[in-house]
Design a protein around this ligand. Structure first.
Ligand code: SAH
Length: 479
């Protein structure tokens, strides 16, 4: 078993490192010959094992997966795990060795996800300790250096895998930080991550959000920290053993000054425009920070135009259009809650003369039906930014058709010289497939059109591998 391999390696003077309270080999393993025994991929047993007494979790992969991981891809799928020395628990560190028993990568293990390991580091053996985590946080923050001036206080600080934090997002809204996790693998480490974020970024408040797929487990509070947690300091005056059991979606996990305003939306700035964000309950982390660059483009195109913002949410595109001198702005969304937020956002920005002058209305309706039917209404600029239309691969073809239909219906509502801004946030639909569907819709309108540009990810939402790419936009001018 592995313990013997570790002992043998220690005898042969290999270097041992302490990682999260458990020793792992960090040097060349070629002499160690650990002889991993094939282990059936098991469901985690109920109850959590204490990592302290267990050997480091070690895996080997199929040859294909090995080269994919060597190439920098951050996901190890369950069906590519060939050998495993024991069952693992959510969030413990798994070390991956290649077929020559050399260190290949280390990542977060998740027994309940088809993405079995999310790679933290690949390449040379690496000790994952407090200093390493701190350096990784600092690197993500540094990557945003110079992107924003003081007029923008809402943006993404950590964008998951693409910043080396697989399945974790950190968004800034003024002095509030929202930490959102998309995998249960982070749960045992939350306390330590929050302590690190507090120490490095000094926020006034940290809100924890969890994606829906991991919420039921959260509600049951059944993920005690295990011995593989990060060796970081505890928050002052907090009883960590109690705190970590209680954390749930939408919880304020740190607040400098408790006050009556604790549950109210946060107000932040985006290029000087004031927006509220419902950081405790809203979609994503409370606002669609990923669309900022498209909104700026819409601002530059809006002067004198009648604008329709379909799938408007809290009016992100609408405020930019209004500040850019739009004659009128119409918000169209199915959610009353979203439209009310948009009204408040207009109210927050009346100090901009152009916003105060802009005629504003909102329509609560199903945007697909509204655009397909009725209304001889014409606009000069239409933004289409629907929610993801393909949540899974099997919905891809249907989604492409729906994007085409939406663009076709949008174009029918455009007057001469009107501009269509069509966006897609479906990761399962590629940029080329989406652009193709919109171009085809424009061709079938029989009207002359010009494509002015296409857009992808904003710099604070950069994507470093194919599966992380989801956002695309295309701008057409129709005669
Ligand atoms: N453009 C927005 C983000 C859009 S999010 C921004 O920049 O902030 C998608 C929005 O579509 C949500 O507000 C949701 O309420 C709305 N929505 C979902 N289905 C809809 C439908 N069938 N008709 C109209 N709006 C819908």
């Amino acid at each position: 078993m592995i313990a013997t391999a570790v002992e043998r390696a220690a005898r042969s003077k290999q270097r041992l490192a302490r990682v999260g309270g458990v020793s792992i080999l960090t040097s060349d393993m070629s002499n160690a010959k650990p002889h991993l025994k094939p282990h059936p991929i098991q469901k985690r047993e109920s109850g959590s094992s204490s990592g302290a007494s267990l050997a480091r979790l070690r895996l080997r992969l199929s040859a294909t997966a090995e080269s994919i991981i060597r190439g920098g891809h951050p996901w190890v799928f369950a069906d590519s795990v060939r050998e495993q020395n024991r069952a693992g628990t959510a969030g413990e560190l798994a070390v991956i060795y290649d077929r020559n028993d050399k260190f290949l990568a280390v990542g977060l293990y998740d027994p309940d996800s088809p993405i079995r390991v999310r790679v933290l580091h690949a390449g040379k053996p690496q000790t994952i300790d407090l200093a390493w985590w701190a350096a990784r946080l600092d690197a993500a923050v540094r990557r945003r250096d110079g992107l924003f001036d003081e007029r923008t206080t809402g943006y993404r600080l950590i964008n998951g895998e693409s910043d080396g934090w697989p399945g974790l997002v950190l968004d800034r809204y003024g002095t509030t930080l929202v930490l959102k996790i998309y995998t249960a693998a982070w749960r045992p480490r939350l306390e330590e991550i929050v302590a690190l974020v507090r120490e490095r970024l000094k926020p006034e408040r940290i809100v924890l959000r969890m994606s829906r797929n991991i919420q039921p487990a959260g509600a049951r509070n059944e993920f005690p920290a295990h011995a593989g947690s990060l060796p970081m300091g505890k928050g002052e005056g907090e009883s960590s053993s109690v705190r970590k059991q209680l954390w749930t979606d939408g919880e304020i996990v740190f607040q400098q000054r408790p006050g009556p305003e604790a549950g109210a939306p946060v107000v932040f700035h985006e290029t000087g425009i004031r927006f509220e964000a419902d950081v405790l309950r809203g979609q994503k982390t409370g606002f669609f920070l990923d669309q900022r660059e498209n909104r700026r483009l819409v601002e530059s195109l809006a002067r004198g135009r009648a604008v329709l913002n379909a799938f408007s949410f809290s009016g992100g595109f609408s405020l930019y259009a209004a500040r850019g001198g739009a004659k009128s702005v119409t918000d169209l969304d199915i959610s009353k809650h979203a439209l009310e937020s948009a009204w408040r956002n207009f109210a927050l920005n009346q100090s901009y003369e152009a916003v105060a002058r802009c005629r504003y209305e909102s329509i609560q309706a199903d945007a697909f039906a509204w655009l397909a039917g009725n209304s001889g209404r014409r606009f000069d600029l239409i933004v289409l930014d629907p929610p993801s239309l393909a949540k899974r691969e099997t919905e891809r073809a249907g989604a492409i058709r729906a994007y085409g239909k939406l663009a076709e219906d949008g174009i029918r509502h455009l007057g001469r010289g009107g501009v269509l801004v069509a966006c897609s946030c479906s990761a399962h639909v590629s940029a080329e497939e989406f652009f193709g569907a919109v171009r085809q819709a424009a061709r079938s309108s029989g009207r002359k059109f010009e494509e002015s540009q296409t857009t992808r990810h904003a710099p604070d939402h950069h994507a470093t591998f194919a599966e992380a790419e989801y956002l695309k936009g295309v701008y057409l001018r129709v005669e």
